[in-house]
Each structure stands twice: as C-alpha cells, then as structure tokens.
Design a protein around this ligand. Sequence first.
Ligand code: SF4
Length: 85
Amino acid sequence: MKVTADRSRCMAAGHCAISAPDVFDHGEDGLVVVLDTEPGEERRREVELAEDLCPSRAIAILRTAAVAGPPDAGTPDTPDTASAG
Ligand code: SF4
C-alpha cells in the first residue's frame, strides 16, 4: 500500500503517530511526516486506524489496482536465416 499525508491539512493532532508510529511522525513544526510511504501489509490495520482517526482527513491510503504482468510477447517475428542449401 502507499500512504500520503497532506501537511497543508494537518493540524498536528498527533493521532497518526500514536496509531502507526513506524509510519508517521511529527516534524519540528508539529506537522505530520510520513516515515514510510510504502508500509507492508502487516501495518495496514494501524495505518487504516490513523486514517480513520485523523481529524483533518490529511492521511490517505492509495489503493492501487493489481498490476498485471507484461503481455505474452510470444515468439519474435525474425526471419529464418538458416539456409538449406
Ligand atoms: S492525525 Fe492528522 S491532523 Fe493529526 S498529526 Fe496526523 S496527519 Fe496531522
């Protein structure tokens, strides 16, 4: 998952750093700092809690669609250079 925090909305309430201290902290100005913008799934519950508790809705979890692998390229169209005679 990817996590963002909009510092222009943050009001330094501090719930995020308490809920997910490995992901959020505060700068010297008291506003949120994202420590880990791509936390592992093991952090999902605490990050979602931080998102829910943030009074200014500054925290967002970016839900990305599953990434499909590259399409099957098949066999390249190369001329047959072998000569039979
Ligand atoms: S919970 Fe929201 S308002 Fe409070 S410090 Fe974190 S981002 Fe800022």
